[in-house]
Unconditional design. Structure first.
Length: 408
């Protein structure tokens, strides 16, 4: 395994939310969240290569969330700190293991420990990607087919809607998304009050601009969903008053018309136990007031069990299945399937710190599970983040359609 670069940066969410000042692309000041060496630091990855007996190599990348170390997530990924112990773990635990079944090998990875501690989620994520790639190569089929075969699924016959992220470049970024007809846009990175406005007024203006921009340049056949990530700031503005948040979301929905609006993390509490009932009240309030805005859960959905709790509580319309947070990849597969079985939209997400390898693996998971949408990746942008998963899905669907025979 080798240390590599992630697709974006690790940002100290708590410092930014508290108003850390920007100087160009830097943030000025000291980090607040443990594990961060500065408020913004380069993203890293650990690239895992599982060498098979026949010389083929299964590849996966360990990547961490942009906002690591908060809302129950594992700390920042520092590659050189972990590689020595991981190499020892591989020698002791994985060499000689049969790798013909993805789910079983992914479960094995999920169970591994170092010094009595379970591996960080992003480590399990990377190793299980390599396992999926290895099984696909052993069997001579695509990764999507491996998942579909093992879970009894029907692979999507069309591209899963890709949702790129604009980052702070939310105007030119949106224009690029419109030009490329992104099915979902723009994310927006509205991660502090300065960007949204003291009373939310700046976000209203932005959504009005975005709706007009889509209608002006997108053409009559282009009807994307508008999806905003607000990191709980709306709740902060209105002191988590459900009635006031509902009224504000109604205004946002009107600004977005005629396009459907989803808002990710409109409120954020200090624990999952407080957030789930708050989301449930907000969803009921939106329904009661006939507000046609969908709410999306992200924070505190860090495990398959967490996601099941949100779903079972009827707390949201959509859940971001954040791949690196869920650890070994089979957990994300099962999370998407659980959401869909229970009428909750499954957004196969992840992180802008992803790599090209992660993007390709994610595309296969999305196709096999028929997720409702998936993040464009890697990076916080449009062009590369749409290109890699889109092209991977197109290639995969073409190969499946060709009916080539798998290796016996």
């Amino acid at each position: 395994m080798v240390a590599g670069l992630g697709g974006y940066y690790f940002d100290d969410f708590q410092a930014i939310k508290r108003g850390a000042k920007e100087d160009g692309f830097f943030y000025i000041g000291n980090p607040v969240t443990p594990g961060h060496s500065r408020i913004r630091q380069p993203g890293e990855c650990i690239s895992v290569m599982l060498v098979l007996e026949d010389g083929q190599v299964g590849i996966g990348d360990c990547v961490g969330i942009q906002y690591s170390g908060v809302v129950g997530r594992d700390p920042v990924l520092v590659a050189e700190k972990h590689i020595p112990s991981l190499e020892k773990l591989v020698r002791l635990s994985l060499i000689g293991e049969d790798i013909k079944n993805f789910k079983e090998f992914s479960q094995l990875i999920d169970s591994l420990e170092i010094n009595g501690q379970k591996l960080y989620s992003w480590i399990r994520y990377g190793f299980s990607q390599a396992a999926l790639d290895a099984v696909a190569k052993v069997r001579g089929i695509t990764m999507a087919e491996v998942i579909a075969d093992e879970y009894g699924l029907t692979i999507s016959d069309k591209i899963i809607p890709i949702f790129p992220q604009s980052g702070d470049d939310r105007y030119i970024g949106a224009d690029k998304m419109i030009l490329k007809k992104a099915p979902v846009l723009p994310q927006g990175l509205f991660n502090n009050i300065e960007k949204i406005g003291q009373k939310g007024e700046k976000l209203i203006v932005y959504v009005e601009w975005l709706s007009e921009r889509i209608r002006k340049f997108g053409g009559s056949d282009y009807t994307p969903d508008i999806h905003l990530d607000v990191y709980g700031i709306i709740g902060d503005i209105f002191n988590n008053d459900i009635g006031k948040v509902t009224q504000y979301l109604a205004r946002l929905g009107e600004a977005a018309k005629p396009f459907r609006l989803s808002v990710e993390s409109p409120i954020l509490m200090e624990s999952k136990e407080k957030l789930i009932p708050a989301f449930s009240r907000l969803k009921k309030s939106l329904s009661g007031d006939k507000v046609d805005v969908e709410i999306v859960a992200d924070d505190y959905c860090n495990t398959l069990e967490d996601i099941k709790e949100f779903v079972d509580a009827d707390a949201v319309h959509m859940i971001q299945v954040k791949l690196p947070d869920l650890g070994a990849l089979h957990n994300s597969v099962e999370a998407v399937l659980y959401c869909k079985r229970h009428g909750v939209k499954a957004f196969l997400g992840g992180t802008c710190n992803s790599t090209d390898v992660v993007a390709r693996v994610s595309a296969h998971v999305a196709l096999a599970t028929q997720a409702d949408q998936m993040y464009g990746k890697p990076g916080m942008g449009v062009d590369v983040a749409m290109q890699i998963p889109y092209n991977e899905m197109k290639r995969t669907l073409s190969l499946i359609k060709s009916n080539r025979r798998p290796r016996q």
